[in-house]
Design a protein. Structure first.
Length: 57
């Protein structure tokens, strides 16, 4: 289950991306979560996915 708080979600997603997944799509497929929902929630706190860094920045 993903954290509901956007800042906690940011920390969780960036940790998973850094340590376990080559990109956001792979993370979402593996965890069976909606990529658009994650992007929207993190955009609401002004964080956007950077493919080159494989992190939300």
């Amino acid at each position: 289950m993903l954290p509901k708080d956007p800042i906690m979600l940011l920390s969780f997603i960036n940790l998973k991306l850094r340590d376990f997944y080559p990109n956001l799509a792979a993370l979402c497929d593996d965890l069976d979560v909606d990529q658009a929902e994650i992007v929207a929630k993190l955009s609401s706190v002004d964080y956007h996915y950077d493919e080159g860094k494989n992190q939300f920045v």
